[in-house]
Design a protein. Structure first.
Length: 147
C-alpha cells in the first residue's frame, strides 16, 4: 500500500513507536545484552542462550525466539540459526520490514485508528515503559501528518 494511502493517524502512531523503540532511528538492536530474556518461555526462549540470541532487534525491537521464528516463517527466511538473528539489526531492509510485520500481526492499525497510545505501547513493550516519550513523539508526528 502506498504511504500516501495510509491514514495519517496510523502513520503518526507507527513513527512515534519506532522513534521510541529505536532511539530516534539510531539503534536497530537493544543496547542491553538480552540476558533478562533468558528462560522467558512467554517469548519462546526455551533453550540456553535464547535471551541474548533473540534480544530486541529491528526498528520495533522484536524480541524472543517465537517472534523471530514467526517472522522468518512469514518471510520464508531463517532468522533463528547461526548469525541470522543479527540480520534483524544489521540489514536495513529487514530491520524496517520486521517492524511493519510486527505492527501488522499485532493489528495495531485498528488501535491507531482509535488513537489508543496506551494499548499500542503495551502490545509493543509488554508494559508502559517510555509512555511519556511515546506520547511526546506521537504529538510531534501528528503535527507532521494531521493538519
Amino acid at each position: 500500500m502506498p504511504i500516501r494511502s495510509v491514514p495519517p493517524l496510523r502513520r503518526a502512531h507507527f513513527l512515534a513507536q519506532l522513534g521510541h523503540e529505536s532511539g530516534s532511528l539510531r539503534y536497530t538492536a537493544e543496547l542491553a545484552s538480552g540476558a533478562a530474556y533468558e528462560g522467558r518461555t512467554d517469548l519462546g526462549n526455551s533453550q540456553p542462550g535464547d535471551g541474548p540470541r533473540f534480544k530486541g532487534r529491528g526498528l520495533i525491537q522484536i524480541t524472543g525466539r517465537t517472534n523471530y521464528t514467526n517472522y522468518g516463517n512469514d518471510r520464508g527466511q531463517d532468522y533463528i540459526t547461526g548469525r541470522h538473528p543479527d540480520l534483524l539489526a544489521t540489514d536495513p531492509h529487514v530491520a524496517a520490514d520486521c517492524a511493519g510485520w510486527f505492527w501488522a500481526t499485532r493489528h495495531l492499525n485498528e488501535l491507531a485508528d482509535d488513537d489508543d497510545l496506551l494499548t499500542i505501547t503495551k502490545r509493543i513493550n509488554g508494559g508502559i515503559n517510555g509512555l511519556a516519550d511515546r506520547a511526546r513523539r506521537l504529538k510531534l508526528a501528528k503535527c507532521l501528518f494531521i493538519p
